[in-house]
Write a protein that binds this ligand. Structure first.
Ligand code: CP
Length: 360
């Protein structure tokens, strides 16, 4: 059995993650074995937001598995530009394709879309500043390939930690492994959301929040750099205040451990200087390539193993609406707001779409 949809990395069990990793490694070693494994199947890539790595790696993954692709990289080329709602687009495309990947600027969009896919698999390729589970699969594959383990690591995440969906997904994922320590390096206005810090504290993980990259570097096994996400700021002025605060260069790297990995989901803007690219600790271009192999493994299993739906959490009876302006429920008005309670803190409820938390 494999999951039907991948909306959140946590939808995968650790056993499923192990299977994916083993399959990705087998694909790297024996690509010809998989060349026809998705023959006759169609993937739709619905990108409502720009992408280079995620869209092209999904497309090349499907083509390398013998399948075919349809889709758009610009919603203005679809009937979305005529006002079609997400639900109708997904219902129609799910009748054409066997698997859908969706990237959307609104938080919870992939979850909303998955509710319309009864027989078609759906993968979240990034929903606003919320989650990006296949980037997490890419990141974990890079860590396993380059470090040989996912336990016993000190990982520093640096940059825009409030808007960085890759960071949010990776924090959740690393909290499944043993003896992980976190350094969160960001300006005060771009810190990791409180819900993720509470989750780490509840599970007994140690974390340090700091604004100082240089002080953190010597402690790290992995430095995960991220860009300041211009598109998530409400004003250019606010973005200008935060851009360019962190720049990793050769000089700063001199104090790092000799085997520290420098990772980045890419695209980079100015947060890693180009003179770092030739350092053997810089693995971000390898990371992008691992992304294609792990996505091949994901597509292969989602299409070739019997699938099951991820169950909804137990819903709380309330008439409340989510007040997150970037939550999909505030844009697609047919959606019924849904809330559930945080298992470890029953006094806190959260929006099932975007995970914004509310007291009581
Ligand atoms: N890492 C990542 O999601 O890159 P793209 O935005 O280019 O897909």
């Amino acid at each position: 059995m494999f999951i039907r949809h991948l909306v959140d990395f946590n939808d995968l069990s650790l056993a499923e993650w192990d299977i994916l990793f083993d399959t990705a490694r087998d694909i790297m070693e024996n690509p010809s074995k998989y060349m026809k494994s998705c023959e006759g199947r169609i993937m739709a890539t619905l990108f409502f937001e720009p992408s280079t790595r995620t869209m092209f790696s999904f497309q090349s993954a499907m083509l390398r598995l013998g399948g075919q692709i349809i889709g758009f990289s610009e919603p203005k080329n679809s009937s979305v530009s005529k006002g079609e709602v997400l639900k109708d687009t997904i219902k129609v495309i799910s009748g054409y394709a066997d698997i859908i990947t969706i990237r959307h600027p609104l938080e919870g969009a992939a979850f909303a879309a998955a509710q319309e896919c009864k027989d078609t698999a759906l993968i979240n390729a990034g929903d606003g500043g919320h989650l990006h589970p296949t980037q997490t699969l890419t990141d974990l594959t890079t860590i396993r390939m380059e470090k040989g383990r996912t336990d016993d690591l000190t990982i520093g995440m640096c940059g825009d930690l409030i808007n960085g969906r890759t960071v949010h997904s990776l924090i959740k994922a690393m909290s499944h492994f043993k003896n992980i320590k976190f350094y969160f390096i960001s300006p005060a206005n771009l810190k990791v959301p409180q819900r993720l810090l509470s989750m780490l504290a509840h599970k007994g993980y140690k974390y340090t929040e700091t604004e100082n990259l240089e002080e953190a570097i010597p402690h790290l096994d992995i430095l995960y750099m991220t860009r300041i996400q211009r598109e998530r700021f409400t004003s250019e002025e606010e973005y200008n205040r935060s851009k360019g605060v962190y720049v990793l260069n050769r000089e700063k790297l001199a104090s790092a451990k000799p085997d520290m990995l420098v990772m980045h989901p890419l695209p980079r803007v100015d947060e890693i200087s180009h003179d770092v690219d030739d350092d053997e600790r810089a693995v971000y271009f390898k990371q992008a390539r691992y992304g294609m192999y792990i996505r091949m493994a994901l597509i292969y299993h989602m299409l070739n193993s019997p699938t099951e739906n991820v169950p909804l959490p137990k819903l709380t009876d309330t008439d409340a609406h989510c007040d997150n302006p970037r939550c999909i429920t505030n844009h697609e008005h047919y959606l019924k707001p849904m809330f559930a309670r945080v298992k470890s803190h029953p006094d806190i409820r959260y929006c099932v779409y975007c995970e914004k938390q509310y007291k009581n």
